[in-house]
Design a protein. Structure first.
Length: 380
């Protein structure tokens, strides 16, 4: 199987420095360097689809713009790129979410993917009116996906669950195609939800041995449910013509981290209920020393950013080798990002992707195809 690559839309702002935030921490001031306007995000989206990325992830939370609304607008300025929309099941009814997805598919030409984020921070969840504890949120996510999938199959759904209840729920128009569901989580109950309901299990960029353990865990749970899942990984990337140039860029970013900001962000993230976030913090321990935790895997981003905190750093050949290493474990989808997102998309797309293509591991998803009939190419 060839590898699928996705990029990232920085709806929290972009910069030549790392934009922190997430998991209950606010976006850092660098997010104001390039505000997340529709025009700028559309630039990134068009670059990503030209380079051969299949989709683009958008985050969710109080620290960024709403993913549904933003991607709906950006989709009108792009042709083929899919949008991996992160959303939290507790904030919208399952019937409405199923309807929203169906509408998005029709108006975008079938370009919606869904990243289900249960929500790891009770404090942030309460700000949105959600007062369930973490395990209860995951149980609700399972009920939510049960309802949504039933509706997408054209069923009339009745469910009186622990947290959700619907009667005679139906959709007037089904989505075409049905959006694939992406999901991540490191706790035992997260694994149960993934095994039963999702298409792609996502992990943050831990060292390969740890990623292999996660894949084996989820594969085993899915097999018990009679299901097979695909696997993806979320990473940042800093790739250059030489290894020296790439590490010089990583060190430039690190030099831009204000010590007070690092201390504040680390204190906030230390209170996180997310098991995945705690695993990220353990990779660097809040220290600037020893940040290369595996060859070409750098944990520096996690000093100022919640969520995905590691980056592949190296020459184009070295980054390609690390991707091959993760792919050999069973990772077929890579969700990548870099600062700033417009320029880094080109560094990766023009530097790494051709090397993987030459080895038969990647092919441009739109090579030799015409623009979709329902879409009008963007005028330059």
């Amino acid at each position: 199987m060839t590898i699928t690559f996705h990029w990232f839309l920085p709806t929290n702002g972009d910069s030549r420095h790392v934009v922190g935030g997430g998991h209950g921490t606010p976006a850092t001031a660098s997010g104001r360097d390039r505000p997340p306007t529709v025009a700028y995000l559309s630039q990134i989206a068009r670059a990503a689809e030209d380079l051969g990325f299949v989709g683009a992830l958008t985050p969710t939370g109080a620290w960024c713009e709403d993913a549904w609304l933003t991607t709906a607008m950006v989709s009108q300025n792009s042709e083929r790129l899919k949008f991996l929309v992160a959303f939290r099941p507790g904030f919208v009814s399952p019937t409405l979410a199923a309807q929203m997805a169906s509408t998005f598919q029709r108006h975008s030409g079938g370009r919606l993917l869904l990243n289900v984020v249960t929500g790891g921070e009770s404090r942030e969840q309460r700000a949105y009116g959600d007062f369930l504890d973490k395990d209860a949120r995951y149980r609700r996510t399972g009920e939510f996906l049960q309802i949504v999938r039933g509706l997408w199959e054209g069923k009339t759904v009745d469910l009186a669950g622990e947290h959700l209840q619907v009667e005679d729920a139906t959709l007037a128009r089904l989505p075409e195609p049905v959006p694939e569901v992406y999901f991540g989580g490191s706790s035992p109950i997260a694994g149960e939800v993934a095994a039963r309901h999702v298409d792609v299990y996502l992990t943050w960029g831990e060292p390969p041995a740890k990623v292999a353990e996660k894949i084996a865990w989820i594969r085993g749970l899915a097999a018990e449910e009679g299901r097979t899942l695909r696997f993806g990984i979320r990473l940042h990337v800093i790739t250059r013509d030489t290894s020296e140039q790439a590490w010089a860029e990583a060190n430039r970013l690190l030099d831009g981290f204000d010590p007070d900001t690092v201390a504040s962000v680390q204190a906030g993230l230390a209170r996180s209920e997310s098991e995945g976030q705690q695993r990220m913090l353990a990779l660097h321990g809040g220290s600037r020393d020893g940040l290369e935790i595996h060859p070409n895997l750098w944990a520096g981003i996690g000093l100022v950013r919640g969520g995905a905190g590691t980056a592949l750093v190296g020459s184009h050949d070295e980054v390609a080798e690390r991707i091959k290493e993760y792919h050999a474990l069973g990772i077929d989808e890579f969700v990548l990002s870099g600062y700033p997102h417009l320029e880094e998309a080109y560094w990766f797309g023009e530097g790494v992707l051709p090397r993987l293509a030459a080895q038969g591991l990647w092919r441009h998803p739109y090579a030799g195809t015409a623009a979709p009939a329902a879409q009008v190419p963007f005028a330059s």
